[in-house]
Design a protein around this ligand. Structure first.
Ligand code: FES
Length: 147
């Protein structure tokens, strides 16, 4: 198990150092900001939805390694998915990091966040970008808070 944990940590560090889709999207027709009041970290999520599917998704802002890695992997996971599929993945990911799901193997690479459920404060880090993504798809204009 500790080897697996080390591997998970490496994946998270790698994504936090070189996040994927770390960019604003000019053609985005959905955009929202997520904010963690506990630390002040915040991300803006940009989503370009075409015909009900996520054509492109990116993010900008600042956050800790876990929040950044989670945002990075979220964008990779959601590109090409329908809005309904994105909502389903949000729920499964939220269940995973709050300890209400199994080991997350059905979530592919996102399973690296399974250990977060042991650290309640880190749950907010892992879900920051996800709340913002959901707010963006819902068309919410207010910044969403993890509180
Ligand atoms: Fe701020 Fe993780 S410490 S989002």
């Amino acid at each position: 198990m500790s080897e697996l944990r080390e591997l998970y940590q490496e994946v998270i560090l790698e994504h936090s150092k070189k996040p994927k889709n770390f960019r604003a999207i000019e053609t985005a027709n959905h955009k929202a900001e997520g904010f963690n009041p506990l630390c002040g970290d915040h991300f803006t999520i940009y989503v370009d939805v075409k015909d009900g599917a996520i054509n492109d998704i990116g993010f900008q802002g600042s956050g800790c390694a876990i929040s950044k890695a989670s945002a990075s992997m979220m964008t990779q996971m959601l590109k090409g998915k329908t809005e309904t599929e994105a909502e389903g993945i949000f729920t499964r990911f939220h269940d995973l990091v709050t300890g209400h799901a199994g080991d997350g193997q059905d979530l592919g690479k996102l399973a690296v966040f399974a250990g977060v459920s042991e650290f309640p404060l880190r749950v907010k880090c892992a879900t920051l970008a996800w709340h913002a993504m959901r707010a963006a798809l819902n068309g919410d204009q207010e910044a969403v808070s993890t509180e």
